[in-house]
Design a protein around this ligand. Structure first.
Ligand SMILES: Cc1cc2nc3c(=O)[nH]c(=O)nc-3n(C[C@H](O)[C@H](O)[C@H](O)COP(=O)(O)O)c2cc1C
Length: 156
C-alpha cells in the first residue's frame, strides 16, 4: 500500500472535474457506496488522494497525485457511464496535497460524509457552509469545489 500522506509537502498534480450523475435516484446510494469502496482501494494503490462532492445530480471530484497517474484515471472515470457531461475544470501542479488524509473523501450533506457540505439558507441550491473544517487549505479547496458545483463555472 502507498501511504498517500508520505509526500506531503512536495508538489503534486491536482485535477478537478464536474459531471452529472446518470444513475437512477433509488440505486444511487448503493452505486455510490460501490464507487467509494473501489476508489479508496484503487487510489491508495496508485498513491492518489482526493475528494468527491456529491450534490444532488452533480459530482465534483478532485484527484491529487502523480500527473500521468491522475490523467490516466481521469480518462477511465470520464468514460464511466454512471455519469455524463464530464467537464475538466482545473489541472495544475500545486504545492501540496489538500486531501492527503483521504484516498477519496466523501463530501455531501449525507450523515455518513467525511466532510459535510451544508445547505445554505441564502442559496439553498448550492452547497454552502462546511461546519467542521480540518484546516485552512482544505477550506480553500472545498470552497472551490462548491463553486465548481455551480453549472455556470466554465470548463478549462
Ligand atoms: C463519479 C465517479 C468517480 C469515480 N472516482 C474513482 C476514483 O477516484 N478512483 C477509481 O479507481 N475509480 C473511480 N471511479 C470508477 C471508475 O470510473 C472505474 O469504474 C474504476 O476505476 C474501474 O475501472 P476499470 O474497470 O477500468 O478497472 C469513479 C466513477 C465515478 C462515476
Amino acid at each position: 500500500m502507498t501511504d498517500t500522506t508520505a509526500d506531503s509537502g512536495t508538489p503534486v498534480f491536482r485535477l478537478v472535474y464536474r459531471s452529472s450523475a446518470t444513475m437512477e435516484r433509488e440505486n444511487r446510494p448503493a452505486e455510490l457506496e460501490e464507487i467509494f469502496e473501489l476508489s479508496r482501494r484503487n487510489n491508495t494503490d496508485l498513491g492518489l488522494s482526493g475528494a468527491l462532492l456529491v450534490w444532488e445530480d452533480t459530482f465534483v471530484q478532485v484527484l491529487e497525485g502523480d500527473e500521468a497517474t491522475v490523467r490516466d484515471l481521469y480518462a477511465t472515470i470520464a468514460a464511466d457511464p454512471r455519469h455524463e457531461d464530464v467537464v475538466l475544470l482545473d489541472a495544475h501542479t500545486v504545492d501540496d496535497r489538500v486531501f492527503a488524509r483521504w484516498s477519496m473523501a466523501h463530501i455531501s450533506d449525507d450523515e455518513g460524509a467525511d466532510l459535510p457540505a451544508a445547505r445554505g439558507d441564502e442559496a439553498p441550491d448550492v452547497p454552502h457552509a462546511v461546519p467542521r473544517l480540518e484546516d485552512e487549505r482544505q477550506k480553500v479547496v472545498l470552497d472551490l469545489m462548491r463553486e465548481y458545483a455551480n453549472p455556470d463555472v466554465q470548463p478549462l
